[in-house]
Design a binder for this molecule. Sequence first.
Ligand code: C2E
Ligand code: MG
Ligand code: MG
Ligand code: MG
Length: 283
Amino acid sequence: HAKLAGRNQIAFFNPAMTRELARRKEIESELRGAIQRDELALYFQPIIDLATGRIRAFEALVRWFHPEKGELTPDEFIPVAEDTGLIITLGNWITRTAARACASWPGDVHLAVNLSPAQLRAPGAALGISAALRDTGLDPARLEFEVTESLFVEECHETTVFMEHLAAIGVRFSLDDFGTGYSSLHYINKYPFSTIKVDRSFVSGPATGLRTEAIIRAVAEMGATLGMEIVAEGLETADQVAGVRAAGCTLGQGYYFSRPVPEHLALRLLEEERGLAGRLLAG
Ligand code: C2E
Ligand code: MG
Ligand code: MG
Ligand code: MG
């Protein structure tokens, strides 16, 4: 729009953009101390086996409880962490904290952790993760890293090394927000993904209907052929659950089942599902 504003006007930043920039700067400087000040927390959202209704896994989702700004969602600070390189420290904290939680759950409950592409590219990042797993005692086979498709990077040697190193010890990978990038099938072909998470926009977006149903069905069919699991994200209604089940999705996640909850409530969900066996865990 700057060009349209006329030759003699400087219109690079409007007030809203200036405010946004200032907020980013603030977040950047405060994020550095947030971990030490104990302002970050992980929430957990269950991923449900659509065949049995049981909790297959929890996805860890980071929150920042800022003393003045209140609760910040990852969209507000993860990009800042990525730009500043803080994501490595933050990511290691997230993996370690989530792994510790998962290690206290029943052995068949898995853990999904989101990874930024910057973490996949960082030299030696796989070592940090192996260390976290060793320290927490979590079986690597219970851990799955989610990589958001729209952010995933192209042809990167470090990424391949990272994924192969972790895949070799049993860690799995899922392609998050499937359908939002521009090279979905290429990623599936080239990297060792074992799960596809169909983006929420296909499940609950404004254009859901016959077309999106056909797309989900095709993805689920491909997944079955390739031995991959298909998770439907963003399930909010019983109709949507029925729809994605009929289309062949094996797993589902969304507010219909549960919002992301703090660790003690995640335990409560397990307890409800497993009765007395779960009660033992919480005690
Ligand atoms: P994502 O990995 O695709 O996570 C799903 C997001 O959708 C979460 O938002 C979740 O709260 C939300 N969601 C779940 N079910 C529903 C539903 O039924 N309806 C609607 N409308 N939303 C639903 P959240 O927690 O704000 O996270 C946003 C994104 O930030 C995540 O998308 C992920 O890409 C990123 N993120 C979150 N935690 C981490 C983290 O620990 N590390 C990294 N690198 N990225 C993270
Ligand atoms: Mg995710
Ligand atoms: Mg997702
Ligand atoms: Mg998403």
